[in-house]
Design a protein around this ligand. Structure first.
Ligand SMILES: *[C@@H]1O[C@H](CO)[C@@H](O)[C@H](O)[C@H]1NC(C)=O
Ligand SMILES: *[C@@H]1O[C@H](CO)[C@@H](O)[C@H](O)[C@H]1NC(C)=O
Ligand SMILES: *[C@@H]1O[C@H](CO)[C@@H](O)[C@H](O)[C@H]1NC(C)=O
Ligand SMILES: CC(=O)N[C@H]1CO[C@H](CO)[C@@H](O)[C@@H]1O
Length: 316
């Protein structure tokens, strides 16, 4: 029973500051270990205002499937897992609705720091028209990035106001393709994700001077269209964002949370800013070893032990 709580409780953990200093000293061959580790984007956790409403939107309009749903009446929250395929292989979304808005978690505020999720589709025009017909918000009509450009994309809002970029692309292994974070120093952020998390810059930094932003894609794998990426976005002259309490964190699998932390995260956090909020170790009643930290902009990443995660999926 408690096993089921693991990944929704991650969301709660993020609300509490569990900061203590990690103790172990870093080994020498640090980056090499991180780069050879078995890393995969597992899930992003967000809080929603109305679980039924969100599930309806994600399944009917975005083409996702509901993978599981659980109610925790005593604790006043409900969770669901939703995605384009099995949790074993796909990057998925964990949704949590708090039933009581007057509790410590407060009213849902999306904030401005989290930018959007990106999904790929072969039928962007139909998707947009269906959302429009149902009264949904289209914030950018389907079209190319630059006039004459080849990538067709659109932006829509979900019922809470979370933004989704729809990308017209041939079928890809993971249709939930990226999440975009607004950052204040893009070079520092690239450095952070490369060194702390062993990601690679999969698309060189791209400046859109017309629309006043710079973006970079970091992730695992080699081709940004074929793998999940984090899009880091610097909006010219914007130096501050509000975090809100909607987007919570991204979870990434690792073979060893201790090595991950000692080898890279700890050092990078010291150098570039950020904070370890959960030192590596088991959460006894959850049956999973994790470590959690904030990046230099305050975005949370949770590293989750691959074996523990596999066991958790088998139990469900
Ligand atoms: C859940 O909500 C009820 C009221 O609806 C409240 O009495 C109770 O303390 C809440 N439980 C938690 C764990 O917040
Ligand atoms: C984009 O802008 C950044 C600074 O905002 C600069 O460092 C970088 O060289 C530019 N890249 C290109 C390709 O123009
Ligand atoms: C990425 O993969 C797509 C689909 O296989 C391919 O068309 C494209 O050329 C690849 N891009 C790079 C940079 O390898
Ligand atoms: C008013 C202002 O600060 N403008 C700056 C906005 O950002 C661009 C690109 O970083 C600068 O070139 C401008 O000077």
């Amino acid at each position: 029973m408690y096993q089921h709580l693991v990944f929704c409780v991650l969301l709660l953990i993020s609300l509490i500051d569990l900061s203590t200093a990690a103790r172990s000293s870093p080994p020498d061959n640090v980056l090499e270990w991180v780069q050879n580790d078995d890393r995969r984007f597992l899930r992003a956790n967000i809080r929603v205002g109305d679980l039924d409403r969100t599930i309806k939107f994600y399944t009917e309009f975005l083409g996702m499937k509901i993978l599981s749903r659980k109610e925790f009446p005593e604790a006043n929250f409900s969770t669901a897992v939703i995605g384009f395929g099995s949790e074993d292989t796909q990057f998925i979304l964990g949704l949590t609705q708090y039933r009581m808005f007057d509790t410590a978690v407060g009213k849902l505020e999306l904030g401005t720091a989290f930018s959007h999720f990106g999904i790929t589709t072969q039928d962007i025009y139909t998707m947009v028209e269906k959302i429009r017909a149902a009264g949904g918000v289209i914030t950018r009509e389907p079209g190319p990035v630059t006039p004459g450009g080849t990538t067709i994309y659109a932006f829509v809002n979900d019922p809470d106001g979370y933004s989704f970029e729809l990308l017209l692309r041939p079928p890809t292994p993971e249709p939930l393709n990226h999440m975009c974070l607004n950052v204040v120093d893009i070079d520092r952020s690239i450095d952070f994700y490369e060194r702390a998390l062993g990601m690679k810059l999969l698309l060189p930094t791209f400046n859109n001077t017309e629309e006043q932003y710079t973006v970079a894609m970091v992730g695992y794998g080699t081709n940004y269209t074929q793998t999940v990426v984090i899009e880091l976005k610097y909006n010219f002259n914007v130096t501050e964002y509000t975090k809100g309490n909607g987007y919570a964190q991204v979870a990434i699998g690792t073979d060893d949370v201790y090595k991950s932390s000692a080898a890279a995260v700890k050092q990078v956090v010291q150098e570039l800013g950020g904070k370890i909020i959960r030192p590596p170790g088991p959460i006894p009643f959850l049956g999973s070893k994790i470590t959690a930290f904030l990046d230099s902009d305050g975005f949370e990443t949770v590293l989750v032990d691959n074996d523990d995660y596999a066991k958790y999926l088998k139990k469900d």
